[in-house]
Design a protein around this ligand. Structure first.
Ligand code: SF4
Length: 299
C-alpha cells in the first residue's frame, strides 16, 4: 500500500488531543505518574505486553491492538478503495462532491455523466452557464443552489487558480459550496492527504462501535484521527464509508457479513462470528459475500 507523507493536519489533531487526553490514553494519568500504586499498575501493564503498555483511550472500549486489527482487516478486504462518485479528473471530482450533499452517489452519477461529457474543466463549465448546468442537474436535490455554486467555483478556479483545483484547505473552503467535509474528501481522494471526512455513515460508526464517540462530525473526526494507527489513515475514510453503507447499515447492521464482528463492541451487534476475510474487487464495492448456500455458525 502506498504511504502518503505525514499530514500536518493530523499532527495538529494529535497535539490537541495530547493536551487533554493522551496522558490518560497512555495510562500516564497524573495518578499513574506520581503515586506508587499508579507506577506499579503501569509497570504491570507494560510487563503483560512485553515491556510496552498497550495504549487505549479511556473513552473507548478497545485496546490499541484491537483498533489496529480492525483497520488491518479493512485494508485486507479493500486494498484500493476509492470514491463511488464518477469523475475523470480532480475538477470533476470536486464538482461531483459538491453535488453529492443530501444525495446518493448513484443519483449524482446519473446527472454528472451528461454534465462532464459537456464540460470537464473549469473554463468549459463556466462557459456552459448556470442555466444550462441547472437544466442538466435538475434531478439533483437543491439543484438551483448547486448549479449556482458549480458555475461560480468554476469561474474562480479559471480566474484565480489557473484552471487547477488548489491543494490547500483554506483555498478549497473559500470556494462556493465547499465546506470542511468536501475539502477533506478532495484532499484525501485527489491529493493523498491523511484527512477523514465525516459523513452520516462515519458519524454513525464512530458512535455505534464506540470507536470515536461524538455528537458532531468534528468530535468524531478528532476521535478517529486519535486512534487510527499510522499507515491506515490514507484510506480510512473510504473503508469506513463502505463498511457503513454496505455492512453496518443504519436500520439493521448486517453482522453475519461483517469481518470485524468478533472485535465489535456495538450494542446492536447480533452475531459475533466474523465473516471470511476475502479481498474484494475495487469496483463495484459491496458487502462481504457469503459462499453459496453457506450459513454462518452461531448467528
Ligand atoms: S458486528 Fe454488526 S454492529 Fe458491529 S461493526 Fe459489524 S455490522 Fe456493525
Amino acid at each position: 500500500m502506498t504511504q502518503a507523507p505525514p499530514d500536518p493536519e493530523r499532527k495538529g489533531t494529535r497535539r490537541r488531543a495530547s493536551k487533554g487526553s493522551t496522558a490518560a490514553a497512555s495510562g500516564k494519568t497524573p495518578a499513574a505518574k506520581t503515586t506508587p500504586a499508579g507506577r506499579k499498575a503501569g509497570m504491570k501493564a507494560a510487563t503483560a505486553t512485553g515491556g510496552r503498555a498497550r495504549r487505549t483511550h479511556p473513552s473507548i472500549p478497545y485496546t490499541a491492538d484491537e483498533v489496529a486489527e480492525i483497520f488491518r482487516r479493512f485494508a485486507m478486504q479493500r486494498p484500493h478503495p476509492t470514491s463511488e462518485l464518477e469523475h475523470v479528473n480532480t475538477f470533476t471530482l470536486l464538482v461531483a462532491v459538491v453535488l453529492s450533499a443530501q444525495m446518493t452517489d448513484m443519483g449524482v452519477n446519473r446527472a454528472t455523466r451528461e454534465l462532464f461529457r459537456r464540460a470537464d474543466n473549469p473554463a468549459a463549465m463556466a462557459a456552459l452557464g448556470e442555466d444550462t448546468i441547472r437544466e442538466i442537474i435538475r434531478n439533483v436535490g437543491f439543484f438551483r443552489t448547486k448549479a449556482r455554486n458549480v458555475q461560480r467555483l468554476s469561474e474562480i478556479l479559471r480566474d484565480q487558480h489557473g484552471g487547477e483545483v488548489p491543494e490547500d484547505r483554506a483555498s478549497l473552503e473559500a470556494l462556493p459550496g465547499v465546506g470542511r467535509k468536501t475539502a477533506s474528501v478532495i484532499l484525501n481522494t485527489a491529493f493523498g492527504r491523511e484527512t477523514l471526512a465525516v459523513d452520516t455513515h462515519i458519524l454513525r460508526l464512530g458512535n455505534r462501535l464506540k470507536l470515536a464517540p461524538g455528537k458532531t462530525p468534528e468530535q468524531v473526526e478528532e476521535g478517529f484521527l486519535r486512534i487510527i494507527p499510522d499507515g491506515f489513515l490514507r484510506h480510512a475514510h473510504h473503508w469506513l464509508i463502505l463498511h457503513g453503507r454496505f455492512v453496518c447499515k443504519a436500520r439493521k447492521p448486517d453482522c453475519p457479513s461483517c469481518i470485524i464482528a468478533d472485535l465489535c463492541r456495538a450494542d446492536e451487534r447480533w452475531c459475533e462470528v466474523p465473516a471470511p476475510l476475502v479481498t474484494l474487487p475495487d469496483a463495484p464495492p459491496g458487502p462481504q459475500p457469503l459462499p453459496p448456500g453457506a450459513k454462518r455458525p452461531g448467528c
